[in-house]
Design a protein around this ligand. Sequence first.
Ligand SMILES: NC(=O)NC(NC(N)=O)C(=O)[O-]
Length: 399
Amino acid sequence: MANRPVQKETSSQPHFLQFNNLACETAGGKVVFATDEWFAPARNLLKRDPPEFIASAFTEYGKWMDGWETRRKRIPGHDWCIIQLGVPGIIHGFDVDTSFFTGNYAPYTSIQAACLDQMPSFTLDGDRTGMAASPSQFEAVAQLNSDSWEELVPMTKLRPGYSESCHNYLNVTYPHRVTHIRLNIYPDGGIARLKVYGIGKKDWSTVSSQDLVDLVALVNGGVCVGYSDAHFGHPCNMIGLGRADSMGDGWETTRRLDRPKVLKVDEKGILQVPGFEWAILRLGHPGIISKIEVDTNHFKGNFPDSCKIETCCLTPDEENNLIRNHWRSDKTPKWRILLPPQKLKAHHRHLFSGESVVQCGPVTHVRLVIAPDGGVSRLRLWGRPVSNNMTRPQQISKL
Ligand SMILES: NC(=O)NC(NC(N)=O)C(=O)[O-]
């Protein structure tokens, strides 16, 4: 499917939208149980692509809908489903998106959460349209006692799925790691998408300081904390699982309008342009980066001409200040070069190691700068994790 413009950030939007969707199908999110999937299966909740409406589409069970839709309940109770996060982590907010569910949206929701040691083994498979959970599935799921999981969102009224009201943003303050959530709808109805915004939380005690780990990967707790432009694709896509499956699964900016009308290159073949685009990512753990991958997979007519990577060390307070000032304040961090400017190729996995990567010591953040604009599908930063108290500047200079 073609990629579409990412919704522009506005001041009315909650801050948590900048984080990763830990439940997305592309991050490995799965629906493991749903009480009823008559009109449309619950796995649609986790799709990456925006919901669609096809007026002429019907199934043998009713109107085809791009979301989770249960039948009109004629028995006691309410509908609910259990979602296994692709990336366990700390949740900061939800978007319960009711797009296109108007006369059939779920009028109320509540959301519960748990951190389970073992994943339930009864994951639903295949097309579940026209299905309700079987008595044996109800019996198996009862062992999870999910009705008494921690309530992250109390019973909340939802708005219908017209374009101006479809995003129901719900803030969460819950500092504990979550592996599963239970989405309750009251009493029944439809929801198009559920986005679970948060930051992955890995158990770093199992990782030796000698292990080379992709410190910025979504699964290792990496997160995008700022960017200049995300018109066609958000920079958080760059830290997703595996290689990108399309251009839509990468970071892609608009064409810059300040590019010279006639282009020139320097002696290294790098375009001479005044402008650039940037994305800032916080590593899942402070570390010393020694190997870098910049993948322009799928970006063939729109790969950046060149890129460079800078690093710095920030405390959480310093980061918060910079985010509040959109990284534009006069207190902007002192970025140090990790990867000097490199000419890039179309649809290519670029690997940099050895002398190409400048030894910067332990760092917490990186800034990928692309010139003049274009798309990058993945960024991998391999390095050794170091303890948090080694990341302050005075300690760095001793290394
Ligand atoms: N026209 C509808 O959408 N009707 C029903 N829903 C589906 N999907 O057919 C309903 O009322 O719940």
